[in-house]
Design a binder for this molecule. Structure first.
Ligand SMILES: [Zn+2]
Length: 293
């Protein structure tokens, strides 16, 4: 009578072990948010070999395909402050309307005029079509902004920045004053690049930005940083972004001044970018995910 029980017992122990420790971990991944780093937006799809100059530009049509996919699939377009509050410091709870959504950040570096001529109209068009405002992050060098005398400039000017901010599409952040490699500067030059950029961007947007969200975060020009750069950046900015083609695994990121971004150029198709967007993983179980760091 006792022998069947003896056989059943080890099997039930094995099953319990599987249910508790093995099965929950199958398919569970580290929580991650893709942050895409674009530059200019071109009207046409120029073959790479014909235009090395516009190599970093991304075609407007293909960007439209990507953003439409993201809207239809219920993505939340994060700002730099969202990343800081909800994922890095975790100082705020994710608002109810965003729970269950997938997250992504679209960032555009260097303030090219095409962000105004080709991206802003696209965002307005998609807002009308889907009744949703897509937020994009702009990392700007105020020293290269066009002024009234530089009509042919390849960069946008303060009025164009203000227009996108006023319409609620832009999250305007710093990329240093003059796009200098911060690791090659003397201390006074470094302070000037960091501080001047913040002052000038806030001067351009002050009446539209009462909470001083503009220029609170930085993207290192060329993604270049070292210990000295980081120590000064921490004085003037809340967080800083790299350009290293890595994905943000926010459950593990301890340093708010080394936020990874994925590089985007015209060689990446919307399909490839969608695949990257789909690599988003939410936090499911805090303790387990933290153990994987
Ligand atoms: Zn740049």
């Amino acid at each position: 009578m006792n022998s069947p029980k003896i056989k059943i017992l080890p099997i039930s122990i094995i099953l319990m072990f599987l249910m508790l420790f093995v099965i929950p971990n199958i398919g569970e991944s580290i929580p991650r948010v893709p942050i895409l780093g674009f530059h200019g937006i071109s009207k046409t799809k120029i073959p790479v070999l014909q235009s090395s100059e516009g190599y970093m530009d991304y075609p407007q049509k293909q960007l439209e395909q990507l953003i439409e996919y993201l809207i239809i699939n219920n993505y939340w377009f994060l700002t730099t402050q969202d990343i800081y509050d909800f994922f890095l410091t975790k100082s705020r709870e994710i608002p109810a309307e965003h729970r269950g959504q997938k997250y992504i950040m679209l960032s555009f570096d260097d303030g090219y005029k095409t962000v105004y001529t080709n991206l802003l109209p696209l965002l307005s068009k998609l807002e009308k079509k889907y009744r949703q405002k897509v937020k994009v992050v702009l990392f700007i060098n105020p020293g290269t902004l066009a002024n009234k005398n530089s009509i042919a400039s390849t960069h946008l000017g303060c009025p164009e920045l203000r227009e996108g901010l006023q319409k609620g599409f832009y999250d305007i952040q710093s990329h240093g004053q003059n796009h200098r490699n911060l690791t090659e500067l003397t201390r006074p030059q470094l302070v000037n690049e960091l501080l001047r950029a913040r002052i000038d961007l806030r001067k351009c947007t002050q009446d539209l930005d009462p909470e001083l969200k503009v220029a609170s975060h930085l993207a290192y020009p060329y993604g270049a940083y070292n210990k000295q750069v980081e120590s000064y950046v921490t004085k003037y900015y809340l967080s800083a972004y790299l350009y290293n083609d890595e994905i943000l695994e926010y459950g593990c990121l301890k340093n708010h001044y080394k936020i990874p971004r994925l590089m985007v150029n015209r060689q990446k198709s919307p399909k490839q970018l969608i695949k990257i967007a789909e690599s988003f993983q939410p936090i499911k179980n805090k303790t387990k995910n933290q153990n994987k760091c």
